[in-house]
Design a protein around this ligand. Structure first.
Ligand code: HEM
Length: 1025
């Protein structure tokens, strides 16, 4: 103390800096010279410091890097100052089996922590006694007898997998095939099955063809979990991270865990006898004497992931390899189809003897092990031997299964996928595989903590693969995934495997049998979409009848159910504060200091101490990493003629990459969702349904949860064919343009977010317009409100009019004013207003500025896009007492300086948020080509276009700036985020939503940063920010 007091601040800082630099250096030198593990082979740098290991781990390359190091340095290598790893068969027995006269090797707490707030699970129990107590109880659910009793549940999900795949055929086109990402479908299958076996509650992924938000969150945070683990190598960092977690994130994590707790508790309170995993736990642990309620919850939370992800990874990897070898696939198909005449004959027992199926799966487990590294154990106190070599107590020892399984010393053509090595012929001396050491392939581990679910996993894998190839003819679409190159972030980071499935030609429905798995699955799917081809929407449009409805005749009788997924999504809306940003850097600096202080103290942290620290840290670090890794997270809503409003989540990672994920779907605006509008003040989303299968459309309101799940508040039938809506009169009412119904309707918004009908304006034509095919009747295409919130303006495609309605601010009633005629046959479709500078200034100065005509008169412009003429026109707008005047000041073809392509159909026109650019889209002219979003597919994609125009705010004239690819076919509608740097485009004919970057400075569209397929014809996409 005296020494420190006598030193100045500068000197203290200098000493700290010197220590920071010299300590790691000295430590590194010690590690490679005098450290007890210094004599073991391995790269010097890895032995000197943990950093190279961490770098390799965090970049997902650890598995590959260590395999290479084993090839270079042999089967026993040092990969960190205190860690040795093995790829020698003898190490299996020495590390994982209990050897007589030896103590067990306990798990290394750095890797097996429990998240904060969660009790110890079977997986994290370091003490062998505690672990054995729990394993005994859980083990009853995994016996052969239990598996036999569980067969109907397993069959049910296999049937559902097949049925739901069958449902995909013909959905996006009228063909007899479907292209699916089989990786997702295998995941849906394994997660749903575990949900049922574990909690008696499926995750319903198969039913909805998408991940449950609980699962999405896990996948989205897996990289964060890797950071947590690395933070645990520096205990002080870990404890600092704990203190930095914002409350909201703690809540997000605890909500996530709470969902599993709720599932467990619901299952435990259900007085039912069913042969699931929980039933065994209850029967053999009646008084919770061997496993507490908290331990059950914690264990099942981990199992849900461990059981499902592993099995799905083997299924996906194996299938990927099979598809690369059509001759192997053919053999498998022949085996399955020749053995079974009917799907229901494929019982678990009947599948067991299929030699080729077993060989394929065994080879899949060898080449694509889902647990490529067996996580470290600790050499017991006093030291022990492994592979005949003595190691000091506390040494961390891991095992490289994948490196061993691919070692050419033990396997002929070790890195190739060759199921033949597992066939009986391979055991003959003349076989090239005769010397293969198949018994050292132990993908399920072994010993005290070996996999309990091995038989269940085999049952699932046999059934899924056999049923798939029995029912469907399958082939690759594009190029296969290079499985051996996939990164591993604790879990193998799988890439989509796109396959084309077609029902086998000779398939006939098997009606006679009593046991019909397909029927089970169907009964569990109440709200599935029809697999029948969808009718052409334009046909419906032409058939629309004009329904003259009195003002209040439409009712709420047809209100639809709420969103399919209720619960938190994978979207972490992280409240990052500026002060939190430098934390990771500070923490890293501190880490060096704390390592130093830890090491100079006489008693460095023991394993037990580390264990005490780690639970609290687990999630905390994850949370902090989340802060940086998923810091930008936005929801979007997408309407599609497939019947759903889909909630998407756009996540921007720390490395500036984006991902789009589906988080929920709501069919409350079915059958033909066509337009979405979000009230930025109340958050309520309004959805229109064009109602192709009935004379009426409908309007609904939805309340979004913070995670983007929509719950329907209200629904009313409307006049036919609603296509666009706009909030007006300070958000008190909504005006709706009806293309098919030739009308404009208004709706009053109730305090509850519900809707009550207002007025209906019905329009007629005395004779068809200049383009009779499209102008046989009035077709109001959009409803817009002027910048003073005093007029509704409606471009009418059928009547070549800009219709104008004045707003009564007291009642929200509209009065029709004299419309403005535009060029005959031009087909005005959409538009956008530019407010005058004076009005803008007024709004900026005072919230709720009482806009006057005088403020608006000078400098308000209206931009109109006309679908049939393919023009963009600017009008100077003049304000009269009860009317609007339009004076054309500019016109151009939609393609600016380029000739308009034949067949083009201009669509959307919106202003950029800074009001400096007009952004338009055009359809039916796929004049550009873009690289395929599936990077393994070299075929380019045809694309329609977006256009960007800069606006002269004084004259209202436009300058054409850019023709950009829209990301696919038919960009019917698009929207831009608040910041203006991202555009979301709904591609009607590509069944896709893409996100493009936008340069806010020059107004141009940039590269595509994310995309996602959305079933059916996408009609609109809006941001929820
Ligand atoms: C192909 C699929 C699977 C593979 C390759 C696999 C692999 C493994 C491995 C290697 C371990 C041991 C980890 C270690 O010792 O460090 C393990 C543990 C475990 N597995 Fe699996 N697993 C699979 C599927 C399943 C399934 C479907 C379930 C259950 C539904 C399951 C339940 C368990 C349990 C409970 C443990 C922990 C045992 C203990 O700590 O005592 N596994 N698994």
């Amino acid at each position: 103390m005296i020494l420190f007091e006598s030193l100045g601040l500068l000197q203290c800082i200098c000493i700290a800096v010197v220590l920071l630099v010299t300590y790691p250096l000295c430590r590194g030198i010690y590690n490679v010279t005098f450290h007890p593990l210094a004599r073991f082979p391995g790269p010097r740098l890895w032995g000197a410091s943990r950093i190279p290991f961490i770098r390799s781990f965090l970049t997902g390359n650890l598995v590959h890097d260590i395999e290479k190091l084993h090839q270079q340095y042999g089967p026993t290598i040092r990969i960190a100052p205190n860690e040795i790893t093995f790829s020698h068969p003898d190490a299996w027995n020495d590390i994982f089996q209990l050897r007589p006269g030896h103590l067990p090797f306990e798990i290394d707490p750095v890797w097996w922590g429990t998240p904060p707030g969660q009790p110890e699970s079977m997986a994290s129990a370091a003490s062998e006694m505690v672990h054995r107590r729990m394993r005994r109880v859980l083990g009853y659910g995994f016996t052969q007898r239990a598996l036999r009793a569980q067969e109907p549940i397993i069959q049910k999900y296999a049937s559902m997998l097949i049925d739901r795949l069958r449902d995909q055929i013909g959905v996006s086109s009228n063909s007899d095939d479907a292209v699916v990402d089989i990786v997702s479908w295998f995941n849906f299958f394994t997660f749903d099955l575990f949900g049922d076996l574990g909690f008696d509650e499926s995750f319903e992924c198969l039913q909805h063809s998408e991940y449950h938000p609980w699962i999405s969150l896990i996948f989205n945070n897996i990289k964060a979990t890797c950071f947590i683990i690395t933070a645990r190598f520096y205990p002080l960092i870990d404890s600092i991270l704990v203190k930095c977690i914002p409350k909201s994130i703690k809540k997000l994590q605890s909500d996530h865990y709470q969902q599993v707790r709720d599932k467990v508790q619901r299952r435990l309170t259900r007085e039912i006898q069913r042969p699931d995993l929980m039933d065994s736990v209850m029967k053999n642990n009646e008084k919770l004497e061997s496993m507490s309620l908290q331990e059950i919850e914690s264990t099942f939370a981990i199992l849900a992931i461990a059981a499902s992800e592993t099995t799905a990874t083997v299924l996906s990897g194996t299938f990927n390899h099979l598809l690369c070898h059509p001759e192997m696939l053919k053999t498998l198909v022949e085996e399955a189809r020749s053995h079974f005449a009917k799907e229901e004959d494929m019982t678990l027992d009947a599948l067991k003897p299929l030699a080729y199926l077993n060989a394929v799966l065994n080879e899949g487990l060898r080449v694509c092990p889902p647990v490529p590294i067996m996580l470290p154990r600790l050499v017991p106190k006093g030291g022990d031997t492994i592979c005949g070599i003595r190691f000091p107590g506390g040494t961390s020892v891991s095992f490289q299964s994948r490196a061993l399984f691919r070692n050419p010393e033990y396997f002929h053509k070790s890195t190739s996928f060759l199921p033949e090595r597992y066939l009986p012929e391979a055991r003959k001396p003349d076989s090239p595989f005769y010397n293969d050491k198949l018994d050292i392939v132990l993908p399920f581990g072994l010993g005290l903590r070996g996999c309990l679910g091995k038989d269940l996993a085999w049952a699932e894998m046999r059934l899924a693969i056999a049923r798939l190839v029995w029912r469907f003819d399958v082939e690759f679409v594009g190029t296969p995934v290079k499985w051996e190159e996939l990164k591993t972030f604790l879990l193998v980071e799988k890439k989509p495997v796109m396959i084309r499935i077609r029902e086998r030609k000779d398939f006939t429905l098997l009606q006679s049998s009593e046991f019909r798995p397909q029927q089970w699955a169907r009964s569990a799917l109440p709200a599935l979409k029809s697999s029948a081809p969808r009718p052409d929407p334009s046909l419906f449009r032409r058939r629309y009848a004009l329904h003259r409805l009195p003002r209040t005749v439409l009712s709420t009788a047809d209100v639809h159910p709420p969103s399919r997924f209720i619960g938190p999504s994978g979207c972490n809306r992280l409240p990052i504060k500026m002060w939190q940003l430098p934390i990771p850097i500070v923490v890293l600096v501190l880490s060096q200091l704390c390592t130093f202080f830890n090491s100079i103290s006489a008693t460095p942290l023991s394993a037990q101490q580390a264990m005490r620290f780690s639970p609290a840290r687990l999630l905390s670090a994850s949370v902090l990493v989340n802060l940086t890794s998923t810091a930008v997270c936005t929801n979007l809503y997408v309407s599609s003629y497939a019947g759903d409003i889909t909630s998407l989540q756009l996540i921007k990672s720390a490395d500036d990459t984006y991902s789009l994920t589906k988080i929920a779907a709501n069919n409350g605006s079915s059958p033909s969702p066509t337009w979405l509008e979000k009230d930025s003040k109340t958050g309520i989303v309004y959805g229109l349904d064009e109602g192709f299968t009935s004379p009426n459309g409908s309007i609904s309101s939805y309340k979004p949860s913070s995670s983007g799940v929509l719950t329907q508040i209200d629904r009313h039938l409307t006049l036919g064919g609603p296509v666009s809506s706009i909030l007006y009169n300070e958000g008190k009412s909504l005006a709706v343009a009806h293309y098919g119904g030739s009308a404009l309707s208004t709706w009053n918004i109730l305090p509850t977010g519900g809707l009550s009908p207002g007025q209906n304006f019905l329009f007629t034509l005395t004779k068809p317009g200049a383009n009779p095919a499209r102008q046989e009747a009035p077709h109001p295409h959009e409803a817009l409100v002027d910048p003073t919130d005093s007029f509704i303006v409606v471009p009418d495609l059928g009547a070549d009019l800009i219709r104008v309605f004045s707003i009564d601010k007291a009642t929200s009633d509209l009065t029709e004013q004299t419309p403005f005629p535009v060029a005959a046959g031009s087909g005005p479709r959409h538009g956008a207003f530019l407010e005058s500078a004076a009005l803008k200034a007024c709004k900026k100065e005072s919230y709720g500025c009482m806009a006057t005509s005088a403020q608006a008169n000078n400098g308000t412009f209206f931009f109109l896009i006309s679908e049939l003429a393919n023009t963009v026109t600017s009008y100077k707008v003049t304000y009269g007492e009860k009317s609007l005047g339009f004076e054309q000041v500019f016109q151009s073809g939609t393609y600016g300086n380029q000739t308009t392509p034949v067949g083009a159909a201009s669509a959307e026109a919106i202003l950029s948020p800074d009001h400096k650019y007009l952004l338009t889209s055009s359809r039916n002219a796929t004049i550009l080509n873009i690289p395929n979003f599936n990077t393994t597919n070299s075929t380019t994609l045809p694309s329609d276009t977006l256009q960007s125009w800069s606006i002269n705010p004084t004259t209202g004239k436009l300058t054409f700036e850019q023709l950009a690819p829209a990301g696919g076919a038919f960009p019917r509608q698009f929207s831009v985020n608040k910041k203006g740097d991202l555009a979301a485009v709904g591609l009607q004919q590509s069944a896709r939503v893409v996100i493009l970057e936008r340069n806010v400075l020059d107004g141009t569209f940039g590269k595509f940063v994310a995309e996602i397929g959305v079933p059916g014809e996408v009609t609109s996409v809006v941001w929820d920010e």
